[in-house]
Design a protein around this ligand. Structure first.
Ligand SMILES: Nc1ncnc2c1ncn2[C@@H]1O[C@H](COP(=O)(O)OP(=O)(O)OP(=O)(O)O)[C@@H](O)[C@H]1O
Ligand SMILES: [Mg+2]
Length: 281
């Protein structure tokens, strides 16, 4: 990995080390984020703050970098430039004497625990039953005992309506059930922010509702921030505090659901919504 050295003044979090986080500090802050894959610049300067408990929906055309933004927060994709902070701490960088350098694996591992992500394709462990799928990370990553981890997992599986499926294997579950296991698996780590990336788009239409119902319930609990990448416009409208429209690697427009869906300002967003409403994307 390259060692990235960046201007400290620019990159340092606004609060000093050790100071407790406050409600007013954003839980997530993207600052000047760019991302290139070879010649292709996918993100061209993203600045985004998400407040504690805030639900932010991201919409935008295919290929505009939405998933890449989410994967960066989950430490799965490294920014080319810029910084991301989670709860006031740099995610991809750390202090080394006077310089900010790329974070080491230990730092990334610790920071990753603050973030949960659910993907379009459930990515469950096929050889583990439902209970183990959910209890594995609390045991291995948080170091809980088997009993504690399973207790937490059972409670989380109850919450997503799967208390009676603990011993089943992923292959024997419906898509909606698999996705609910994946949600429980992320939530059981008690992250400060959750990324949902098109979590219903691989599901048969009749299974979408049960997954959205679970997300709605989690959203209503309030305290966790959410980055919801979605093409479910009605759902975004219903649960998001703020909607981001990203296109061509930039945030083109953002606002309340009403502002974005009912009073779009930019031509780019207007034509996106129009195409979307007439069945394209
Ligand atoms: N690992 C990678 N290597 C090379 N190119 C990549 C990689 N990941 C993403 N890309 C490219 O980056 C661009 C943005 O991809 P991304 O998946 O973030 O878009 P998206 O907005 O989520 O699109 P969609 O709505 O189709 O899910 C695409 O052109 C994609 O092909
Ligand atoms: Mg995507």
């Amino acid at each position: 990995m390259n060692t990235v050295i960046i201007d400290q003044q620019e990159a340092l979090p606004s609060r000093s080390e050790g100071e407790p986080s406050t409600k007013t500090q954003p839980i997530v802050r993207y600052k000047g984020i760019t991302k290139s894959f070879g010649e292709l610049q996918v993100l061209k300067g993203i600045d985004l703050e998400i407040q504690t408990g805030e639900k932010v929906a991201v919409i935008g055309p295919s290929g505009s970098g939405k998933t890449t933004m989410g994967r960066m927060l989950m430490t799965l994709e490294e920014p080319t430039e810029g910084t991301i902070e989670v709860d006031g701490e740099l995610l991809w960088h750390m202090q080394n004497k006077e310089k900010l350098v790329r974070a080491d694996e230990k730092h990334l591992h610790r920071m990753r625990c603050n973030v949960g992500m659910v993907f379009q394709h459930f990515n469950l462990f096929p050889h583990m039953n439902v209970l183990r799928n959910v209890a594995e990370a609390p045991r291995k990553v948080l170091g809980l005992s088997k009993e504690e981890a399973e207790e937490r997992a059972v409670s989380m599986l109850g919450k997503v309506g799967l208390a009676d499926k603990l011993k089943m294997y992923p292959a024997n579950l419906s898509g909606g059930q698999k996705q609910r296991v994946a949600i429980a698996r992320a939530l059981v780590m008690r992250p400060k922010v959750m990324v949902f990336d098109e979590v219903t788009s691989a599901l048969d239409p009749e299974l979408v509702g049960e997954v959205l119902a679970v997300i709605r319930e989690i959203a209503e609990e309030g305290e966790m921030a959410m980055l919801l990448i979605t093409h479910e416009m009605d759902f975004a409208k219903e649960i998001a505090d703020r909607v981001i429209f990203s296109a061509d690697g930039r945030i083109v427009e953002q606002g309340t659901p009403e502002e974005i869906f009912d009073h779009p300002k930019s031509e780019r967003l207007r034509s996106f919504l129009q195409r979307f409403r007439s069945g394209g994307n």
